[in-house]
Unconditional design. Structure first.
Length: 403
Protein backbone atom coordinates (compact mmCIF):
# COMPACT_ATOMS: atom_id res chain seq x y z
CA UNK A 1 0.00 0.00 0.00
CA UNK A 2 1.84 3.07 -1.26
CA UNK A 3 -0.57 5.92 -0.46
CA UNK A 4 -0.31 7.34 3.04
CA UNK A 5 -2.21 9.95 5.02
CA UNK A 6 0.43 12.68 4.84
CA UNK A 7 1.78 12.01 1.35
CA UNK A 8 2.92 15.30 -0.19
CA UNK A 9 3.52 17.06 3.14
CA UNK A 10 7.09 18.28 3.72
CA UNK A 11 8.22 18.71 7.32
CA UNK A 12 11.47 20.36 8.41
CA UNK A 13 12.52 18.70 11.64
CA UNK A 14 14.89 21.12 13.39
CA UNK A 15 14.79 19.25 16.69
CA UNK A 16 16.90 17.10 18.97
CA UNK A 17 16.60 15.03 22.14
CA UNK A 18 13.06 13.60 22.52
CA UNK A 19 9.89 15.74 22.38
CA UNK A 20 10.46 17.21 18.91
CA UNK A 21 11.82 14.05 17.24
CA UNK A 22 8.97 12.02 18.77
CA UNK A 23 6.44 14.37 17.17
CA UNK A 24 8.07 14.33 13.74
CA UNK A 25 8.48 10.54 13.90
CA UNK A 26 4.69 10.23 14.01
CA UNK A 27 4.39 12.51 10.98
CA UNK A 28 7.02 10.49 9.09
CA UNK A 29 5.32 7.18 9.93
CA UNK A 30 2.10 8.58 8.49
CA UNK A 31 3.80 9.44 5.21
CA UNK A 32 5.11 12.99 5.49
CA UNK A 33 8.49 13.72 3.93
CA UNK A 34 10.37 14.62 7.10
CA UNK A 35 13.76 16.25 6.59
CA UNK A 36 15.85 16.25 9.74
CA UNK A 37 17.91 19.43 9.69
CA UNK A 38 20.93 19.16 11.95
CA UNK A 39 23.59 21.56 13.11
CA UNK A 40 26.71 20.62 11.19
CA UNK A 41 29.14 22.33 13.55
CA UNK A 42 27.89 20.53 16.67
CA UNK A 43 27.86 17.10 15.03
CA UNK A 44 24.07 16.95 14.75
CA UNK A 45 21.43 15.84 17.21
CA UNK A 46 22.98 15.39 20.65
CA UNK A 47 21.54 11.88 20.99
CA UNK A 48 23.54 10.60 18.02
CA UNK A 49 26.10 9.88 20.74
CA UNK A 50 23.66 8.33 23.22
CA UNK A 51 23.49 4.73 24.40
CA UNK A 52 22.53 2.07 23.54
CA UNK A 53 24.49 1.41 20.34
CA UNK A 54 23.91 -1.43 17.91
CA UNK A 55 26.99 -3.66 17.80
CA UNK A 56 27.93 -3.76 14.11
CA UNK A 57 28.14 -0.10 13.15
CA UNK A 58 27.98 1.52 16.57
CA UNK A 59 24.86 3.52 15.62
CA UNK A 60 22.95 5.08 18.51
CA UNK A 61 19.61 3.30 18.74
CA UNK A 62 18.24 6.12 20.89
CA UNK A 63 18.66 8.23 17.75
CA UNK A 64 17.74 5.40 15.39
CA UNK A 65 14.43 4.68 17.12
CA UNK A 66 13.25 8.31 17.04
CA UNK A 67 14.40 9.23 13.54
CA UNK A 68 13.37 6.35 11.31
CA UNK A 69 11.60 7.25 8.05
CA UNK A 70 13.35 10.65 7.95
CA UNK A 71 15.74 12.17 5.46
CA UNK A 72 18.70 14.18 6.73
CA UNK A 73 20.58 17.36 5.89
CA UNK A 74 23.30 19.05 7.89
CA UNK A 75 23.89 22.81 7.76
CA UNK A 76 25.94 25.47 9.48
CA UNK A 77 23.08 27.89 10.16
CA UNK A 78 25.49 30.54 11.39
CA UNK A 79 27.09 30.76 7.95
CA UNK A 80 25.70 32.81 5.07
CA UNK A 81 25.56 29.73 2.86
CA UNK A 82 23.76 27.68 5.48
CA UNK A 83 21.16 30.44 5.90
CA UNK A 84 20.58 30.57 2.14
CA UNK A 85 20.05 26.84 1.96
CA UNK A 86 17.77 26.78 4.99
CA UNK A 87 15.68 29.65 3.59
CA UNK A 88 15.06 27.56 0.46
CA UNK A 89 13.97 24.65 2.62
CA UNK A 90 11.59 26.87 4.60
CA UNK A 91 10.05 28.21 1.40
CA UNK A 92 9.44 24.64 0.20
CA UNK A 93 7.99 23.24 3.44
CA UNK A 94 4.52 22.74 4.88
CA UNK A 95 5.64 22.40 8.49
CA UNK A 96 8.68 23.39 10.53
CA UNK A 97 9.10 21.65 13.89
CA UNK A 98 11.63 23.12 16.32
CA UNK A 99 12.47 22.63 19.98
CA UNK A 100 15.11 25.26 20.57
CA UNK A 101 14.92 27.48 23.62
CA UNK A 102 12.54 30.39 22.82
CA UNK A 103 14.43 33.12 20.98
CA UNK A 104 17.10 30.89 19.43
CA UNK A 105 15.33 30.56 16.08
CA UNK A 106 14.91 34.34 15.88
CA UNK A 107 18.62 34.84 16.61
CA UNK A 108 19.42 32.51 13.73
CA UNK A 109 17.20 34.65 11.51
CA UNK A 110 14.39 32.09 11.29
CA UNK A 111 11.85 33.00 13.93
CA UNK A 112 8.16 32.65 13.14
CA UNK A 113 7.74 36.09 11.56
CA UNK A 114 10.78 35.67 9.33
CA UNK A 115 9.67 32.22 8.23
CA UNK A 116 6.13 33.44 7.59
CA UNK A 117 7.50 36.09 5.22
CA UNK A 118 9.32 33.34 3.34
CA UNK A 119 6.26 31.06 3.35
CA UNK A 120 2.85 32.37 4.52
CA UNK A 121 1.40 28.84 4.43
CA UNK A 122 4.05 27.45 6.80
CA UNK A 123 2.92 25.80 10.04
CA UNK A 124 5.64 26.74 12.54
CA UNK A 125 5.46 24.26 15.42
CA UNK A 126 7.48 24.90 18.58
CA UNK A 127 7.87 22.73 21.65
CA UNK A 128 9.79 23.94 24.70
CA UNK A 129 9.88 23.58 28.44
CA UNK A 130 7.68 26.53 29.40
CA UNK A 131 6.30 27.85 26.11
CA UNK A 132 7.13 30.80 23.88
CA UNK A 133 5.83 33.49 26.25
CA UNK A 134 5.52 34.09 29.98
CA UNK A 135 8.05 34.83 32.71
CA UNK A 136 9.52 31.31 32.61
CA UNK A 137 9.81 31.06 28.81
CA UNK A 138 13.54 31.86 28.85
CA UNK A 139 14.32 28.90 31.14
CA UNK A 140 15.59 25.62 29.70
CA UNK A 141 13.07 22.85 30.25
CA UNK A 142 13.65 19.13 30.32
CA UNK A 143 11.32 16.27 31.18
CA UNK A 144 12.32 16.18 34.85
CA UNK A 145 11.62 19.91 35.18
CA UNK A 146 8.20 19.44 33.57
CA UNK A 147 7.27 16.56 35.86
CA UNK A 148 8.38 18.59 38.87
CA UNK A 149 6.57 21.84 38.03
CA UNK A 150 3.57 20.28 36.29
CA UNK A 151 2.62 18.52 39.53
CA UNK A 152 3.03 14.86 38.64
CA UNK A 153 6.05 14.18 40.86
CA UNK A 154 4.06 15.25 43.93
CA UNK A 155 1.59 12.38 43.39
CA UNK A 156 4.02 9.69 42.21
CA UNK A 157 5.60 7.21 44.59
CA UNK A 158 4.65 5.65 47.92
CA UNK A 159 3.17 7.52 50.89
CA UNK A 160 5.98 9.08 52.87
CA UNK A 161 8.53 8.65 50.09
CA UNK A 162 10.33 11.46 48.32
CA UNK A 163 8.65 12.88 45.18
CA UNK A 164 9.28 10.53 42.27
CA UNK A 165 9.33 11.02 38.52
CA UNK A 166 7.57 8.60 36.22
CA UNK A 167 9.90 5.97 34.78
CA UNK A 168 9.12 7.21 31.26
CA UNK A 169 9.83 10.73 29.98
CA UNK A 170 6.12 11.52 30.06
CA UNK A 171 6.60 15.30 29.72
CA UNK A 172 8.52 14.92 26.48
CA UNK A 173 6.20 12.23 25.13
CA UNK A 174 2.97 14.04 25.97
CA UNK A 175 4.28 17.31 24.55
CA UNK A 176 5.42 15.57 21.35
CA UNK A 177 2.02 13.99 20.86
CA UNK A 178 0.24 17.28 21.61
CA UNK A 179 2.38 18.99 18.99
CA UNK A 180 1.58 16.29 16.44
CA UNK A 181 -2.17 16.70 17.07
CA UNK A 182 -1.92 20.46 16.60
CA UNK A 183 0.08 20.09 13.38
CA UNK A 184 -2.42 17.67 11.84
CA UNK A 185 -5.35 19.93 12.82
CA UNK A 186 -3.53 22.95 11.36
CA UNK A 187 -2.87 21.13 8.10
CA UNK A 188 -6.57 20.30 7.88
CA UNK A 189 -7.63 23.93 8.44
CA UNK A 190 -5.00 25.23 6.01
CA UNK A 191 -6.79 23.47 3.15
CA UNK A 192 -9.58 26.00 3.69
CA UNK A 193 -7.61 29.15 4.49
CA UNK A 194 -4.27 28.61 2.74
CA UNK A 195 -2.59 30.09 5.81
CA UNK A 196 -0.22 28.60 8.31
CA UNK A 197 0.14 29.51 11.96
CA UNK A 198 2.46 29.25 14.94
CA UNK A 199 1.94 26.36 17.36
CA UNK A 200 3.29 26.65 20.90
CA UNK A 201 3.39 23.54 23.13
CA UNK A 202 5.10 23.44 26.52
CA UNK A 203 6.25 20.38 28.46
CA UNK A 204 5.03 21.84 31.76
CA UNK A 205 1.58 22.58 30.28
CA UNK A 206 1.39 19.04 28.92
CA UNK A 207 2.06 17.50 32.32
CA UNK A 208 -0.37 19.88 34.00
CA UNK A 209 -3.14 18.95 31.56
CA UNK A 210 -2.52 15.27 32.32
CA UNK A 211 -3.16 15.85 36.03
CA UNK A 212 -6.91 15.93 35.16
CA UNK A 213 -8.85 14.51 38.16
CA UNK A 214 -6.07 15.39 40.59
CA UNK A 215 -6.35 19.11 39.82
CA UNK A 216 -10.18 18.87 39.91
CA UNK A 217 -10.02 17.25 43.35
CA UNK A 218 -7.92 20.17 44.52
CA UNK A 219 -10.02 22.90 42.88
CA UNK A 220 -13.46 21.53 43.69
CA UNK A 221 -12.94 19.03 46.49
CA UNK A 222 -10.49 21.01 48.56
CA UNK A 223 -8.24 17.95 48.74
CA UNK A 224 -4.50 18.02 48.12
CA UNK A 225 -3.70 14.88 46.09
CA UNK A 226 -1.08 12.69 47.74
CA UNK A 227 1.17 9.83 46.73
CA UNK A 228 -0.74 6.55 46.82
CA UNK A 229 1.72 4.09 45.30
CA UNK A 230 -0.05 1.88 42.77
CA UNK A 231 -3.47 2.45 44.33
CA UNK A 232 -6.12 4.36 42.41
CA UNK A 233 -8.00 6.58 44.86
CA UNK A 234 -11.45 6.35 43.25
CA UNK A 235 -11.73 2.54 42.91
CA UNK A 236 -10.85 -0.57 44.88
CA UNK A 237 -9.46 -3.14 44.41
CA UNK A 238 -7.37 -1.12 41.93
CA UNK A 239 -3.76 -1.68 42.95
CA UNK A 240 -0.83 -4.08 42.85
CA UNK A 241 -1.05 -7.30 44.89
CA UNK A 242 1.48 -9.91 46.00
CA UNK A 243 1.37 -13.53 44.89
CA UNK A 244 3.84 -16.18 46.07
CA UNK A 245 6.35 -15.39 43.32
CA UNK A 246 5.69 -11.86 42.09
CA UNK A 247 3.32 -8.91 42.02
CA UNK A 248 0.34 -8.46 39.70
CA UNK A 249 -2.39 -5.83 39.31
CA UNK A 250 -6.17 -5.76 39.56
CA UNK A 251 -8.25 -2.94 38.07
CA UNK A 252 -11.76 -3.48 39.46
CA UNK A 253 -13.62 -0.30 38.61
CA UNK A 254 -17.27 -0.96 39.60
CA UNK A 255 -19.49 -2.54 42.25
CA UNK A 256 -20.56 -5.16 39.70
CA UNK A 257 -16.91 -6.07 39.24
CA UNK A 258 -16.47 -6.53 42.96
CA UNK A 259 -19.49 -8.82 43.28
CA UNK A 260 -17.97 -11.12 40.63
CA UNK A 261 -14.51 -10.79 42.13
CA UNK A 262 -15.50 -11.70 45.69
CA UNK A 263 -17.57 -14.64 44.41
CA UNK A 264 -14.62 -15.86 42.35
CA UNK A 265 -12.37 -15.80 45.41
CA UNK A 266 -14.94 -17.95 47.23
CA UNK A 267 -15.86 -15.06 49.54
CA UNK A 268 -19.19 -13.73 48.22
CA UNK A 269 -19.94 -12.31 51.66
CA UNK A 270 -17.36 -9.57 51.04
CA UNK A 271 -19.75 -7.86 48.63
CA UNK A 272 -22.26 -7.57 51.50
CA UNK A 273 -19.73 -6.57 54.14
CA UNK A 274 -20.39 -2.91 55.16
CA UNK A 275 -16.67 -2.22 54.74
CA UNK A 276 -16.68 -3.32 51.10
CA UNK A 277 -20.29 -3.18 49.86
CA UNK A 278 -19.82 -0.13 47.63
CA UNK A 279 -17.03 1.91 46.06
CA UNK A 280 -16.78 4.63 48.78
CA UNK A 281 -16.62 1.95 51.49
CA UNK A 282 -13.95 -0.04 49.66
CA UNK A 283 -11.93 3.13 49.09
CA UNK A 284 -12.07 3.91 52.80
CA UNK A 285 -11.14 0.37 53.83
CA UNK A 286 -8.69 -0.39 51.02
CA UNK A 287 -5.91 -1.57 53.37
CA UNK A 288 -8.07 -4.28 54.92
CA UNK A 289 -9.26 -5.36 51.47
CA UNK A 290 -5.70 -5.46 50.16
CA UNK A 291 -4.65 -7.77 52.98
CA UNK A 292 -7.53 -10.12 52.20
CA UNK A 293 -6.53 -10.26 48.54
CA UNK A 294 -2.83 -10.73 49.36
CA UNK A 295 -3.77 -13.62 51.68
CA UNK A 296 -5.85 -15.20 48.91
CA UNK A 297 -2.92 -14.81 46.46
CA UNK A 298 -0.25 -16.10 48.80
CA UNK A 299 -0.36 -19.74 47.66
CA UNK A 300 -0.66 -18.94 43.95
CA UNK A 301 1.71 -17.61 41.33
CA UNK A 302 1.05 -14.20 39.82
CA UNK A 303 0.24 -15.91 36.49
CA UNK A 304 -2.33 -18.14 38.19
CA UNK A 305 -3.95 -15.17 39.91
CA UNK A 306 -4.17 -13.19 36.66
CA UNK A 307 -5.65 -16.17 34.78
CA UNK A 308 -8.31 -16.74 37.45
CA UNK A 309 -9.30 -13.08 37.82
CA UNK A 310 -9.37 -12.62 34.06
CA UNK A 311 -11.68 -15.64 33.75
CA UNK A 312 -14.12 -13.91 36.14
CA UNK A 313 -14.29 -10.91 33.80
CA UNK A 314 -12.21 -8.61 36.00
CA UNK A 315 -9.29 -6.65 34.49
CA UNK A 316 -6.00 -8.02 35.81
CA UNK A 317 -2.47 -8.23 34.46
CA UNK A 318 1.09 -9.29 35.22
CA UNK A 319 3.63 -6.53 35.77
CA UNK A 320 6.05 -6.87 32.87
CA UNK A 321 9.66 -5.83 32.76
CA UNK A 322 11.14 -4.88 29.37
CA UNK A 323 12.10 -8.47 28.52
CA UNK A 324 8.61 -9.74 29.27
CA UNK A 325 6.93 -6.94 27.32
CA UNK A 326 9.18 -7.61 24.32
CA UNK A 327 8.37 -11.33 24.54
CA UNK A 328 4.59 -10.78 24.50
CA UNK A 329 3.61 -11.75 20.96
CA UNK A 330 0.37 -9.79 21.12
CA UNK A 331 2.27 -6.56 21.77
CA UNK A 332 5.31 -6.97 19.58
CA UNK A 333 4.07 -9.18 16.74
CA UNK A 334 0.28 -9.03 16.42
CA UNK A 335 0.19 -5.32 17.28
CA UNK A 336 3.54 -4.76 15.53
CA UNK A 337 5.11 -2.73 18.31
CA UNK A 338 8.58 -3.97 17.32
CA UNK A 339 9.33 -3.50 13.62
CA UNK A 340 12.31 -3.72 11.28
CA UNK A 341 13.76 -0.80 9.32
CA UNK A 342 16.62 -0.84 6.80
CA UNK A 343 20.04 0.02 8.17
CA UNK A 344 21.28 3.52 7.35
CA UNK A 345 23.55 3.75 4.31
CA UNK A 346 26.69 2.96 6.30
CA UNK A 347 27.96 0.22 4.00
CA UNK A 348 26.42 -2.62 6.00
CA UNK A 349 23.47 -4.76 5.02
CA UNK A 350 20.50 -5.79 7.12
CA UNK A 351 17.85 -4.26 9.30
CA UNK A 352 17.50 -2.73 12.75
CA UNK A 353 14.67 -3.21 15.23
CA UNK A 354 12.77 -0.13 16.43
CA UNK A 355 9.53 0.51 18.32
CA UNK A 356 6.44 0.54 16.11
CA UNK A 357 3.86 3.29 15.98
CA UNK A 358 0.94 2.77 18.40
CA UNK A 359 -1.57 4.25 15.92
CA UNK A 360 -3.24 1.52 13.84
CA UNK A 361 -5.32 2.54 10.81
CA UNK A 362 -7.21 0.34 8.36
CA UNK A 363 -6.79 2.28 5.10
CA UNK A 364 -3.56 4.19 5.62
CA UNK A 365 -1.39 2.24 8.08
CA UNK A 366 1.93 3.58 9.27
CA UNK A 367 4.83 2.26 7.23
CA UNK A 368 8.50 1.77 8.05
CA UNK A 369 10.61 2.24 4.94
CA UNK A 370 13.84 3.92 6.04
CA UNK A 371 16.29 3.86 8.89
CA UNK A 372 17.45 7.03 10.63
CA UNK A 373 19.66 9.17 8.38
CA UNK A 374 23.39 9.56 8.67
CA UNK A 375 24.47 13.15 9.32
CA UNK A 376 23.75 15.11 6.13
CA UNK A 377 22.93 11.94 4.20
CA UNK A 378 20.43 13.61 1.85
CA UNK A 379 22.11 16.99 1.33
CA UNK A 380 22.74 16.45 -2.38
CA UNK A 381 19.38 15.00 -3.40
CA UNK A 382 17.27 17.49 -1.44
CA UNK A 383 19.12 20.61 -2.52
CA UNK A 384 19.38 19.46 -6.13
CA UNK A 385 15.58 19.13 -6.12
CA UNK A 386 15.39 22.73 -4.87
CA UNK A 387 17.34 23.89 -7.92
CA UNK A 388 20.95 23.97 -6.71
CA UNK A 389 23.56 22.67 -9.14
CA UNK A 390 26.36 20.29 -8.21
CA UNK A 391 28.80 23.17 -8.66
CA UNK A 392 26.86 25.35 -6.22
CA UNK A 393 26.68 22.54 -3.68
CA UNK A 394 30.41 21.98 -4.02
CA UNK A 395 30.94 25.65 -3.27
CA UNK A 396 28.73 25.44 -0.17
CA UNK A 397 30.74 22.42 0.98
CA UNK A 398 33.96 24.33 0.50
CA UNK A 399 32.55 27.12 2.65
CA UNK A 400 31.61 24.63 5.37
CA UNK A 401 27.90 25.41 5.00
CA UNK A 402 27.08 21.71 4.38
CA UNK A 403 28.96 18.42 4.66
Amino acid sequence: MSERLLDGIRVLDFTQFLAGPYCSQFLADMGAEVIKVENLKSGGDFVRNAQPREPEGGLSMYFGNLNRNKKGVALDLKSAGGKELFAKLVASADVLVENMRPGVMAKLGFGYEACRRLNPALIFASVSGFGQYGPNSYRPGYDLIAQAMGGSMSITGWPGSEPTRAGMAIGDLMAGQNLCIAICASLYKRRETGKGQQIDVALVDSIFSGMEAKIMNYLYGGKMPEKTGNRYITSAPYDSYRAKDDYYVIASGTDAHFIKFSAGMGMPELARDPRFCDTPSRNQNWEALKQIINDWSSDKTAAECVALIDSWGIPAAPIYNCAQACADANITQVREMLVKVPRPHDGREGTLTVIGNPIKMSEYPCQYTKGAPLLGEDNASIFRALGFSDEQLAAYRAQGAIN
